[in-house]
Design a protein around this ligand. Structure first.
Ligand SMILES: [Zn+2]
Length: 129
C-alpha cells in the first residue's frame, strides 16, 4: 500500500510528477545543447578557449546539479517519501508546486534561514508567531 501524506492526494502527486518530468526534460535538452555548443566552439587557441570554457563548464555544473535535484525528487515520488520533510512533517502542496524539488517544510526552512542569519531582515514578522 502506498502511504499518502495528508495534503498530497494521488492526483496532486501525479501533477507534481508531471511538472518535475517536464523540468527534467528541459534541463536535459539544455544540458545537451550546451555540451554540443561547447564542443563546437572549442578553439585551437588555448588562451581564448580557456576563459570561455570555464564559464560554460560552471553553467553545465549548475544545470547538472539542478538535474540531480529533479532526479532525487522523482526518486522520492517513486519511494513514497516525496513531500515529507526531515522533521517528519509534510510539505504543503502549494510550496511543492512553487518549488517541486524542495526538501524542507516552511518551518524548517525558516529555522535554517535563522541559523544562517538571514532572518534578521524578516524580524518584523516574528510578532505574528
Ligand atoms: Zn520540517
Amino acid at each position: 500500500m502506498m502511504v499518502v501524506t495528508r495534503r498530497l492526494t494521488a492526483e496532486r502527486l501525479a501533477e507534481l510528477k508531471t511538472l518535475l518530468m517536464g523540468m527534467q526534460r528541459v534541463v536535459q535538452v539544455r544540458l545537451r545543447l550546451h555540451r554540443e555548443e561547447l564542443i563546437a566552439t572549442e578553439r585551437p587557441k588555448p588562451d581564448d578557449g580557456e576563459l570561455v570554457n570555464g564559464l560554460e563548464i560552471a553553467l553545465i555544473g549548475m544545470r547538472t546539479a539542478n538535474l540531480h535535484e529533479i532526479e532525487q525528487a522523482l526518486l522520492r515520488i517513486a519511494t513514497g517519501t516525496y513531500g515529507r520533510c526531515q522533521c517528519k512533517g509534510s510539505i504543503s502542496y502549494h510550496r511543492l508546486k512553487a518549488l517541486p524539488t524542495v526538501r524542507t517544510c516552511t518551518t524548517c526552512a525558516e529555522r535554517e534561514e535563522r541559523k544562517t542569519g538571514r532572518m534578521s531582515r524578516y524580524s518584523g514578522f516574528s510578532a505574528q508567531h
